[in-house]
Every structure is written in C-alpha cells, then in structure tokens.
Design a protein around this ligand. Structure first.
Ligand code: GLU
Length: 299
C-alpha cells in the first residue's frame, strides 16, 4: 500500500512538472520546444554599455539583430519542417549573446547561412553576426573577426553503418568523399588527402543524401555535425570517431568591430562561469559530461 501511494505521489509530481514546463504557451520559443522542455531563457539586458560598435549601433537602430545560422545541421542549427524558427546549440548561443546585447528572442532575425556565404554575408551587412559552426582561422580573419571560441569540434568522417574499410583520413585513397564548398574540412581534404576524390555541395544535408544513395563513400566535416546526422539515421549511418583536426567555433562579426568582439568575449566568459553554457549544451547536444566551454580569445 505504502509503495503504491509513493508511486502515485511521484506520478502526480511528474505530471505537475510536465504541466508547469508547458506553462508558457504562446512565447516566441514555442517552436523550439523539444522533449527536453522549453528552451533556456536569458535575461534581456535593459541597459547595455557598448560604445564604438557600428554593428551594434545599426542593430539597435533597426530594433533587431540579424544572425546567420545553419538550417540543416541537427543539434546545432536546424529549421525543422513546418517550424518558423531554427533550433540547436548555435541558435541558443546566439539567443544568449543577443540577450546581453538587449535583444529578446523575438528581436532576432535568423537567416540561413551556408558555409561559403558566411564571410560575404558579414562583409556586405546581410547579417550582423554568424553563429554557424564557424571555425576561427587566419584565412577567415583576414576578412572577418571572431569572438570566442565557444566550442571546439574536430573533423571526422560519416560512413554507412556496414562500412569497415574507412577508418580515418588515411584510408580515403580512391574513395569519394563529400564535403561543403567554403568549409575547412573540404579544404583539408583538398590540400592534405590528395588521393581522395572530393565532391562538394553547398550544404551537408546534400552530402548525406549522396552517402545514403551510395553516390559517395563518406561525408567529412566536424564530428559535432556528423553526430547529428548519424543520430537521425542510426540504422544506416555511423561516425568513424577518429577526429583529425581542431575546429574552434567562433562568433563571426564584421571586421574591425573590436568593441563588439570584446563585449561578446566577456559575455561568453560570463555564461561559461554561471553555468548557462552547460545548460545550453545539454538542452541541444546532450550530455555535457567531460565537455566544458573553452577559454575565449585563444585563437
Ligand atoms: N567548422 C567548419 C567550417 O567552418 C566546418 C563546418 C561548416 O562548414 O560549417 O568550415
């Protein structure tokens, strides 16, 4: 009897929790709800001390912050079918930083960026920021600036589940490998693994289609991205799990906006220290055991 009562009490508590988790129907974040409950919320700064930032001044005058994110990368930046807002780790990182800049989620305009248009979109003012699995490197720093990093991924390979002969980049000789134009993984295959046959598209989802229909032998990009695709088709695809690069993800911003870069680095450090980063990671990418935010400003 006693045991039964306890079970019932637990059941009621769970139901109450579930109800309270659904309590803010109609909020701008509704489209982003997953079975993990409502997305994290961040206090929107009422007064922002940021002078000398042309990007911030422009966004403030427009009343909206335009952020480039990916739309086809599960867990990181994805616009689910029928949804009007993208979701994922990058999207939540963008909302977290936007809040410190005084922009609520409904004052953010998310725009799709693919790998190759991130620099041009920042250079021509199409977007204010890019939060899109965007590796910080010297070549890109010639034309844009980066805050961060806020995460460090590594290049890996996605293959068919029954594939046993591709075990790492050294086993790509004569194999067709798909990656994306304007990405660091495509560049690395082209420059360092010249015996692989590189095939490129504008998005990774197109590469994954090529893999599932047998047109290519592998897809290569960051492990964080590949894990999302493998999780979506666990019976068909697997990540090799032998990463061969370091891909520090930065917040792309227009070149020369040092005031904004400094502000965003301080903001990332604050959210790493107060636990928000971990909340965002667990909400989007899963168990953060052994994963922690990298120190900013090291690349
Ligand atoms: N992080 C790599 C890059 O920035 C690969 C992922 C991507 O293409 O977005 O190029």
């Amino acid at each position: 009897m006693r045991y039964r009562f306890r079970t019932l009490a637990v059941g009621i508590a769970v139901a109450a929790l579930t109800l309270s988790a659904c309590g803010n129907e109609g909020s701008p974040d509704d489209a982003n709800k997953t079975d993990k409950g409502p997305s994290p919320t961040f206090e929107v700064a009422e007064s922002v001390t940021l002078t000398g930032s042309p990007t911030y001044d422009k966004a403030k005058a427009a009343g909206k912050l335009v952020v480039g994110v990916k739309y086809d990368q599960p867990g990181l930046g994805q616009l689910p079918a029928g949804a009007n807002q993208p979701e994922g780790f990058d999207v939540e990182i963008a909302k977290m930083l936007a809040a410190d800049l005084g922009f609520s989620p409904d004052q953010i305009t998310f725009t799709e960026t693919v790998s190759a248009n991130r620099e041009p979109f920042l250079q021509n003012g199409t977007v204010d920021l890019v939060v899109a699995t965007y590796t910080i490197n010297d070549r890109r720093k010639e034309v844009v600036d980066f805050a961060g990093p806020y995460y460090v991924a590594g290049q890996d390979l996605l293959v068919k589940k029954d594939n046993t002969d591709i075990t790492g980049p050294e086993s790509l000789d004569g194999k067709k490998v798909c990656s994306v134009d304007g990405s660091t993984p495509a560049q690395r295959i082209e420059e360092q693994y010249t015996n692989a046959e590189l095939v490129t598209f504008d998005t990774y989802s197109k590469c994954v289609e090529q893999l599932t229909n047998g047109s290519v032998d592998a897809v290569t990009t960051d492990d964080a991205i590949l894990r999302g695709y493998a999780a979506a088709q666990p019976d068909t695809l697997k990540v090799v799990g032998n990463s061969f690069s370091s891909e520090p993800y930065g917040i792309g911003l227009p070149k020369g906006d040092t005031a904004l870069r400094t502000f965003l680095n301080e903001s990332l450090t604050k959210h790493a220290e107060n636990g928000d980063w971990t909340t965002v990671f667990e909400y989007t990418l899963g168990d953060s055991d052994g994963v922690s935010p990298p120190p900013v400003d090291q690349y």
